[in-house]
Design a protein. Sequence first.
Length: 283
Amino acid sequence: MEFSESVKLARTESGLEYFDVNSPLCQAKIFLQGAQLTEFIPTGKTDLMWVSADEDYQEGKSVRGGIPICWPWFGTHENPDWPAHGVARKVVWRAEKVVETADAVRISLSLPMMMIDDLYWPYESRLEVEFVLSDAVEVRLTNTNLGKAPFSLTQALHTYLPTPDIKSTKVDGLQGAKFIEFGEGPYTQDNTVEFARETDMVYTQAGPVQTIHTPQGVIEVSRENSMSCVLWNPWIEKSKRLSNFQDEEYLTMLCLEAANVLEDTATIEPGQSHTLMTKIRWL
């Protein structure tokens, strides 16, 4: 495939390949394993992605940070022996296209379906992701039904975002949405969300735009074809149990994830496509 002037392939010391983007608009890193964005730095600004300082970029292991792709289910499957958050995060995706214009760098990858066990996904389909990199980052995850019967799935773009201090951070734009937390609810979100404990809120009926107010600045997160999202911070005790996560790192991150979950599950008819999109930028 052809690259552009601003895009090259590089490897970590552990051998994982990634797209290394250095354009007039931004810097970025996108790993072929998991099709996972781990760095996005708009020119003149700071990184919009958070990655753990303990991350060691190992084969077959999702990176702790950036935007892991959870597919074709989010969270724990009803079969407890199946992997959490699906099977796309640990597979090496196929690089499809790199296009650079004055306005953006576009990088497309596809999931090799031959790598997915029919036990987990017995349907004829195509899964592609496109990253649109400019002064903002758009991630567009497209499922296409190539079979003769409809199928349903849950999915999420599990975005890790930075903050200098989670205790001085709040999330606006979820007011009026319904949420379930730790299996309880649904409750209605009345106010902006602040952080003083472990947070694991799965929202539905959520508006298309949220803003995260941090001491470093305001991050805008928007979604398309998604009325659900997930807000997560592991806080003190869970941080001690997570792999590739330092005990105190909960203070410097949060996840706000575009999703299709619960009643927002995506059902795709034969010959049709569904694109889950999130766009993230500094305001």
